[in-house]
Design a protein around this ligand. Structure first.
Ligand SMILES: N[C@@H](CCC(=O)N[C@@H](CS)C(=O)NCC(=O)O)C(=O)O
Length: 275
């Protein structure tokens, strides 16, 4: 599947993007210079370059006119964040549904790209990237989308603080309230996880609500940034979860959710009928 979209709608971002001219490419990896890596080279080279099958997966990324390729099912939490950003950036990319209920990731050609067998994986030329938040930062920097990922280091740190906050501080909440409470998955549906998770989700949303009430309209200030992508998703889950016994009133959070919902890319990939 290939999506080509140029509807960024943001004059400033278009200007930033046009300055860079041709898309910067990652350095061509020697493993692809007409030969298979030797067994010795396999020690020094990333394992992902060493199987014929992974070469097939990477084939679409070869050459100057590289097209990004996203491996991961479109209904996965960590994949949807990347889809959202790709859409915001108006990037052309190919996508394949790997992961649960789709193509299994425990096969050699996928494990060669990501030894943990998780999605998403982003292929850009000869590079295979894992970790959704790393991919978000990579794409924004690759596209010189500095309004999303500020060049100024203090501003950047404020953006990244929210990304890390979701990655670490939302974990207990997501497991208990969502995996346990909504999906009924073991062991998270056990009462101890469920109760702690639901209380924790409410507490964390309260932190977001307070931050937005004190600042905003977006998490890092006036502009929509990468900070809003992981956080926007957990806010969506908060409002989408149907089995929470109670949801405290959080006006600033509700307004933020509606503000994000004005973005077509958010509605296409996050507030799209899936929790
Ligand atoms: N920290 C990783 C977590 C990746 C992850 O756990 N992905 C899930 C989907 S959200 C996965 O691969 N699940 C197994 C599957 O779909 O087969 C990231 O942010 O990318």
């Amino acid at each position: 599947m290939c999506w080509r979209r140029w509807r960024c709608g943001c004059g400033a971002r278009r200007a930033e993007r046009s300055v860079r001219g041709a898309a910067p490419l990652t350095a061509r990896h020697p493993a692809f210079d007409g030969m298979e890596p030797s067994p010795d080279a396999g020690v020094a080279l990333p394992k992902l370059y060493t199987t014929a099958a992974s070469h097939d997966l990477l084939a679409i990324g070869r050459g100057r006119d590289v097209m990004l390729k996203l491996l991961g099912r479109r209904n996965a939490y960590n994949v949807r964040k990347v889809l959202w950003l790709l859409d915001e950036l108006g990037l052309a990319f190919a996508q394949e549904d790997w992961g649960r209920d789709f193509r299994p990731t425990n096969v050699p050609e996928f494990l060669a790209l990501n030894p943990f067998g998780t999605v998403p994986v982003l292929l850009d030329g000869e590079a295979a990237l894992r970790e959704s938040h790393v991919i978000l930062r990579y794409l924004a920097a690759r596209e010189h989308a500095w309004s999303l990922y500020p060049r100024e280091l203090i501003q950047r740190a404020h953006v990244e603080a929210w990304m890390d906050w979701v990655a670490y501080d939302m974990t207990v909440a997501m497991r208990g309230a969502y995996l346990g409470g909504e999906l009924g998955l073991e062991p998270w549906c056990q009462p101890q996880f469920l109760e702690v998770g639901r209380a924790e989700y409410a507490r964390r949303m309260g932190q977001l609500d307070a931050a937005l009430a004190a600042g905003g309209p977006f998490l890092a200030g006036h502009e929509f940034t990468l900070a809003d992508i992981p956080a926007g998703f957990v806010v969506h889950r908060w409002f989408a979860m149907s089995k929470l016994p109670q949801k405290p009133e959080m006006p600033a959070l509700g307004a933020y959710y509606e503000r994000l919902s004005e973005r077509p890319a958010f509605r296409r990939h996050i507030r799209n009928g899936l929790p």
